[in-house]
Design a protein around this ligand. Structure first.
Ligand SMILES: Nc1nc2c(ncn2[C@@H]2O[C@H](COP(=O)(O)OP(=O)(O)OP(=O)(O)O)[C@@H](O)[C@H]2O)c(=O)[nH]1
Ligand SMILES: [Mg+2]
Length: 439
């Protein structure tokens, strides 16, 4: 078996063989490395790696027949109970492969769905993942058992293997399908309610005229670490508000929104969102559209990039494509934030600003201050400065200005308060009637 490599095993989990077809793409090696990372995140130990060079997959079994046999032998030799494939397989390809390899076959989509399934925390994220899992499972429901040990599989998905092989006879299958379809529509309704609540919260925030900034990017690039760093420097009680960060794929599935208070009353809302990965299942992207609405409605995006990973250009492309798929307006300004500069082999200087790009480290305060400056310059760019003459009878207007604006000067005369302040156009519109003619 010339193309089989034995890889080191560390923890005692389910042994898996990873496999893929290269269509001579440059990024193939990288997608296979990433598949290995995804497998680890899914609780597998990768014990072997089999690859085929082909222009297109074989219809019935995805791999060519010789390669299928090679995979079967390698799986046996390395004691792999699961074979993971680097693409989404059709239901029949999956069935045929399982029959011939006599192992559980998990495709890239199922693997990602499983990881999301174990990571989802909030009610909304759990429902979004379950819908994607059920939509994946529905066409894959089947009557007969594949004739191998069903217990060995690592699929933890809500709808996957657990539901796939039970029952006998067509009526059972039809019943299963009906149950699944009903469940999908039930969750969809519940999710819609949940999303409407979220939309209300989101529009309430917009109504407060505070600009919003969203952190987006590839998984593990450092979005959550960046958010925590900014909170540390600029939030009231930063420790209460920290989000979860960890060196693993898909640490964050839920969107968190936090208020950042820059000096001089310059507040904005910062949201941390789910990370992206190559070949993110469309069903999953669809399900997460609502969560990603925070990014969609943002005034500014911070595209966080793992600058210490050689594959960062590919990762950036995936992120840009995913943002497009979600329907994010191309006119939303973006800061490209090249993170983890401290880990660069070439010891790149940081922080360093170049137009809309920042080279930085989320673990470095000077870097985070630079990022905050860049954010401030962009979201407060279209602000208006004016002097307002507010009668003593409208204390609320004075309070409003003091709470949202950057104040240059406050004076009093016989009729009221004179404030010179800078704020967004939307905020200024609320107190426009008190504005004095500009000199
Ligand atoms: N050395 C170094 N490590 C960093 C830096 N920024 C983030 N990390 C580490 O990178 C790992 C991933 O960081 P996260 O902030 O969880 O990444 P994320 O983008 O939120 O990832 P997901 O939530 O999975 O999408 C963590 O172990 C961080 O400690 C950095 O500037 N330097
Ligand atoms: Mg995160």
């Amino acid at each position: 078996m010339p193309e089989t490599k034995t890889l080191e095993t560390t923890t005692k989990t389910i042994n898996a063989l990873i496999s893929g077809i290269t269509k001579r793409q440059e990024d193939f090696d990288y997608t296979m490395t990433e598949l290995g990372e995804l497998a680890k995140a899914g609780g597998y130990t990768v014990v072997a790696d089999v690859r085929q060079k082909a222009d297109f997959p074989t219809g019935a079994t995805y791999f060519g027949s010789g390669k299928v046999e090679e995979i079967r032998e390698a799986a046996e030799l390395h004691d792999a109970s699961v074979v993971i494939v680097n693409d989404e397989l059709s239901p029949s390809q999956l069935r045929n492969l399982e029959k011939q390899i006599k192992r559980h076959v998990v495709d890239r989509t199922q693997l990602i769905l499983d990881i999301f399934g174990t990571r989802a925390r909030s009610k909304q994220a759990k429902m979004q993942v379950e819908i994607a899992q059920l939509r994946y499972a529905l066409p894959r429901l089947r009557n007969q058992t594949a004739g191998f040990d069903q217990q060995g599989g690592g699929s933890t998905g809500g709808g996957g293997a657990a539901l796939a092989n039970r029952g006998s006879g067509e009526t059972q299958l039809e019943m299963d399908k009906r149950v699944l379809t009903k469940r999908i529509s039930h969750i969809k309704h519940a999710l819609l309610d949940e999303e409407q609540n979220a939309a209300t919260r989101s529009s309430q925030r917009t109504a407060s005229d505070i600009p919003t900034v969203a952190l987006v990017g590839y998984t593990n690039s450092g979005k959550s670490t960046t958010m925590n760093g900014l909170l540390n420097l600029y939030a009231d009680r930063p420790t209460d508000k920290q989000v979860f960060e960890k060196d693993m794929l898909f640490a964050t599935l839920d969107t968190s929104v936090r208020r950042i208070d820059l000096p001089g009353n310059r507040q904005f809302l910062l949201s941390d969102t789910v990370g992206f990965v190559g070949k993110l299942p469309t069903k999953l992207v669809d399900s997460f559209k609502a969560t990603l609405a925070e990014a969609k409605n943002a005034d500014l995006l911070i595209h966080v990039v793992d600058y210490a990973d050689d594959h960062y250009p590919e990762m950036m492309k995936v992120t840009e494509k995913t943002l497009k798929d979600i329907g994010i307006d191309e006119n939303v300004p973006v800061i490209e934030a090249f993170n983890k500069a401290d880990l660069r082999a070439d010891h790149a200087e940081f922080p360093e600003v170049n137009g809309n790009q920042l080279i930085y480290s989320a673990r470095d305060d000077a870097s985070l201050r630079k990022l905050a400056d860049m954010i401030e310059a962009r979201i407060f760019a279209n602000q208006v400065t004016a002097t307002y003459q507010i009668p003593f009878t409208d204390g609320a207007a004075v309070n409003y200005i003091n709470s949202v604006a950057k104040i240059a000067k406050t004076d009093y005369n016989e009729t009221g308060t004179l404030i010179t302040a800078t704020m967004s156009k939307a905020q200024a519109a609320r107190v426009q009637k008190y504005a004095l003619e500009a000199e």
